[in-house]
Design a protein around this ligand. Structure first.
Ligand code: GTP
Ligand code: MG
Ligand code: ZN
Ligand code: ZN
Length: 399
């Protein structure tokens, strides 16, 4: 029987074990005769992700039924009202519609504190959701898959940067719910069908604070997220490489993030490898098969400090148009590989080579500029934000 991976708690369950939530506002609990009920399992999840006690509220009755399921609805075992709201049996979150029909892919965006994860997600989703860019060049739509994603993306990611022109605040250590999007091909050509490409997938971004990645104790939900990911986008901050940093400082660029040895790229990759070892997925001498994109962030600073070669394809090269273009990705990969070799020798590359079957380098800027000292942005102009994501979609057989 088909298994589903819950996009909230990252635990697997069987379709037949799914629960439902009653939507009838006057469906009363037999215990106290009041409408709705306290849902201890859902409460536990909320407390965990918010790292504290979330105010207790009543929710619609959560019920299990094995019969009388028609279409996508089932009757409440208390009041008989049919409901289309389906719940994960492990955490009682409301599952996105068609969760049982669409294949689910988690692309994990991970990286040290302050590397640029939140801004990356903001710009990436905006690019595919709102801009003519996606409609013109790519044959798929990005839609919010649940209501909380819709409002959270707008309030916490989109509005601050693109309406109020402010940089985002640091993410909380235990962030709230994951952002869940559905990617759907506009028209699936017979050509794509022949290639056996996926037509529709869920994508889950869990914008967690970098510290979750820093300490072994903080794992948990986060570890399950990484473990079940179909592809990983690992962001690394070039400003954590001492030789890059001194060039940037020499170019007079100020307000650099504090230097943290635990944020250094090779150190970060070693941590990812150790996590896979801990999951028991990585056998001695073996390689991790999850595709890994290693993305150097804040490329605008590299450009402005003349660290990128003149005419670098990172800010001036060809883009992916309509399809994922392997040559474009290869040109960027080669250029970044050569840059890193110059910055710090071959340590990072041999580490990746030893432990990952498939990896590719990228570099991008989510903002195209640094925020000023009070966090204001004047001219947000991202570049190459989409590359690693398109590569990941290609790796998971969507593009
Ligand atoms: N110059 C430049 N700075 C950037 C860019 N993206 C992010 N930054 C800077 O890096 C800081 C951290 O970015 P975030 O996206 O909040 O980093 P994060 O990885 O989510 O950090 P945590 O939530 O602490 O884990 C921002 O406040 C910006 O100052 C970029 O594209 N260019
Ligand atoms: Mg963040
Ligand atoms: Zn769940
Ligand atoms: Zn009911």
């Amino acid at each position: 029987m088909k298994k589903i991976l819950c996009p909230f708690c990252f635990r697997e369950f069987l379709v037949k074990d799914m629960l439902w939530r009653c939507v009838n506002l006057s469906c009363k609990s037999p215990d106290d005769g009041v409408a709705g009920e306290f849902d201890e399992i859902f409460q536990k999840y909320l407390n965990e992700i918010n790292q504290g006690q979330v105010e207790r509220k009543r929710y619609g009755h959560a019920f299990y039924t094995s019969h009388n399921i028609e279409g996508d609805t089932a009757p409440c075992d208390r009041c008989g009202t049919r409901s289309a709201v389906r719940l994960c049996p492990n955490c009682h979150n409301t599952l996105p519609r068609s969760v049982d029909k669409v294949s689910s892919c988690h692309v994990a965006v991970i990286g040290a504190p302050h590397v640029g994860k939140s801004h990356f997600i903001a710009t990436l989703i905006k690019l595919f959701q709102k801009d003519a860019f996606a409609r013109t060049y790519f044959d798929f739509n990005v839609m919010d898959a649940d209501d909380s994603t819709t409002s959270r993306f707008r309030e916490e990611f989109f509005n601050p940067i693109f309406v109020q022109s402010k940089r985002l605040d640091k993410s909380q250590q235990f962030d709230r719910k994951p952002l869940i999007f559905r990617l759907k091909k506009q028209n699936s050509s017979s050509f794509l069908k022949r290639l056996n490409k996926k037509k529709s997938i869920f994508l889950v971004f869990y914008d967690t604070a970098g510290e979750n990645f820093d300490s072994e104790e903080a794992l948990g939900l986060y570890a399950r997220y990484v473990k079940h990911s179909s592809a990983i986008i690992l962001l690394v901050d070039p400003l954590q490489i001492p030789s890059v940093r001194s060039k940037v400082e020499a170019a007079g660029i100020k307000n650099l993030p504090t230097l943290a040895p635990t944020s250094e790229p090779a150190h970060i990759v070693s941590r990812v490898v150790r996590q896979y070892e801990a999951f028991g997925i990585l056998k001695a001498g073996g390689k991790i098969s999850t595709p890994l994109a290693v993305v150097f962030t804040k490329a605008d600073i590299l450009r402005d400090a003349n660290i990128l070669p003149p005419g670098s394809s990172i800010y001036s090269g060809q883009k992916h148009q309509g399809v994922f273009n392997k040559d474009v990705a290869k040109a960027i990969h080669d250029e970044v590989q050569a840059l890193i070799a110059g910055w710090q020798g071959g340590e990072l590359d041999s580490l990746l080579n030893n432990y990952f079957k498939t990896y590719s380098y990228f570099s991008m800027s989510a903002l195209g500029q640094s925020p000023d000292a009070s966090g204001n942005l004047t001219n947000v102009s991202p570049f190459r934000t989409e590359d690693s994501f398109l590569w990941a979609l290609n790796q998971i057989n969507f593009l």
